[in-house]
Design a protein around this ligand. Structure first.
Ligand code: SAM
Length: 262
């Protein structure tokens, strides 16, 4: 069928289940003029059906052998092929509101998701195949072990929904882990707007530093009992019990307190 040998270092697990491929394309709902970017097209399992419904499709691929194959595809004239590492890619060079899609290499998924938060204003929606465990952490609600910094930071920027579970047999070669497809849509201030996103990120790093400790303990140099009381937060809770909007409110409260201190 194909003579490409999958490269482990590039996380190459190629989709071979036509039902799953059709489900992903249906979830993306491509319209001819949409600005769509596929990360890691590989052997074009998703690329071909997407391109069939689009006037143009941008693809970002690191593997030069695969890039050479992409140039030889019968629909190559529809593709804008960007050869390189997606972690270095400036998504701002492609104008307009973008739909981003990809069966991602799992080894770069977390840094890539954090990188994409910087482009939230240019994104219409994103659909990604990821390790199922990562999707569960992204979508987790407060109160369980899946809920952590990744959940809060991504939920600050996006509404997320797990669309489907995908077993290892859907890929060739089969990965060792289960996978899932997630939809991410930018959310407009539903959980508040942080006055200083870096301050929020630092607060989260501190709050989740030791998951078994209470908030009072993890944040003891930063937040007083009076501060907790002013925001009606019980300081004996753990970081995993606190909703994203409460972190945003706490971060803004601390920024204002520091400003007033002058
Ligand atoms: N989309 C194809 C499919 O579903 O069968 C391939 C998916 S495979 C899991 C991941 C793809 O991402 C591979 O084609 C791999 O070469 C590419 N890739 C890996 N690391 C990358 C990176 N840093 N930047 C861009 N592409 C990368």
């Amino acid at each position: 069928m194909n003579d490409h040998r999958a490269r482990k270092r590039f996380g190459q697990n190629f989709l071979q289940d036509s039902r799953i491929i059709a489900d992903i394309v249906r979830a993306v709902r491509p319209q001819p003029d949409d600005i769509v970017i596929e990360i890691g097209p590989g052997l074009a399992a998703i690329t071909a059906p997407l391109a069939a419904q689009l006037n143009r499709l941008h693809v970002i691929e690191i593997d030069r052998d695969i890039v050479a194959r992409l140039h030889r595809l019968p629909f190559a004239d529809k593709l804008s092929i960007h050869q390189g590492d997606v972690l270095q890619f400036d998504f701002g060079t492609i104008g307009g509101r973008k739909k981003i899609v990809g069966n991602l290499p799992y080894n770069i998924s977390t840094p890539l998701l954090f990188k994409l938060t910087a482009y939230v204003d240019e994104i219409a929606e994103m659909h990604f195949m990821l390790q199922k465990e990562v999707v569960e952490r992204m979508c987790a609600a407060p109160g369980g072990k899946d809920y952590g910094r990744l959940s809060v930071v991504l939920q600050y920027f996006f509404d997320m929904e797990k669309l489907l579970d995908v077993p290892p047999a859907a890929f060739d070669p089969a990965p060792k882990v289960d996978s899932a497809v997630v939809r991410m849509i930018p959310q407009a201030g539903r959980i508040g707007i942080a006055h200083d996103f870096d301050a929020l990120a630092q607060l989260l790093a501190r709050a989740f530093a030791m998951r078994r400790k209470t908030l009072r303990n993890n944040l003891k140099d930063l937040v007083t009992d009076e501060d907790f009381a002013a925001l009606d937060i019980d300081p004996t809770q753990r970081a995993e019990d606190i909703a994203p909007q409460v972190y945003v409110a706490l971060s803004n409260f601390l920024c204002e307190k520091n400003q007033n201190r002058g």
